[in-house]
Design a protein around this ligand. Structure first.
Ligand code: HEM
Length: 119
């Protein structure tokens, strides 16, 4: 149980998110990405802040998920950040039993790894 808590606290969702955000802010701070930052800021102003409360804090509320879902440019920025700087560049698996994939048979124990740019 303590090991599970450790995994949850340190890996699942915590380090990954922090790492991804760090790279994203790094990319947004680069002079060549100034127009990306501007477009993103405009989307956030439009979709998250209403014009009347631009200077107030964002409140997490019932509408938050819908507001974020409308931020398609932010979604693209995050995807591109993960593509350029994959937080988890690959994952590995080993077959627990013989398996047939696309007509090919693989023995128990065979391992594979997948390189990935994002998930
Ligand atoms: C940018 C952020 C994230 C990245 C890059 C990321 C990446 C990944 C990857 C590659 C896996 C598959 C690992 C494997 O199958 O071996 C995974 C699984 C998982 N992630 Fe994330 N993750 C992120 C954010 C989060 C967040 C925020 C949470 C929780 C709030 C989370 C919870 C989990 C859990 C529970 C699994 C296991 C799912 C399963 O067993 O099927 N992740 N993540």
């Amino acid at each position: 149980m303590p090991r599970l808590i450790c995994l949850d606290g340190d890996s699942a969702g915590h380090e990954t998110t922090a790492n991804m955000l760090t790279w994203t802010f790094y990319e947004l701070a680069r002079p060549e990405n100034a127009s990306v930052l501007r477009t993103l800021q405009e989307e956030i102003d439009r979709e998250i802040f209403s014009s009347s409360d631009k200077n107030t804090r964002v409140q997490i509320g019932p509408d938050s998920a819908q507001q974020l879902a409308r931020c398609t440019y932010m979604d693209a920025v995050c995807s591109e950040s993960l593509r350029r700087h994959p937080v988890i560049p690959g994952i590995g698996r080993a077959a627990g039993q013989p398996v047939t994939i696309a007509g090919r048979r693989f023995p128990k124990g065979i391992s594979e790894s997948t390189l990935m740019a994002e998930h």
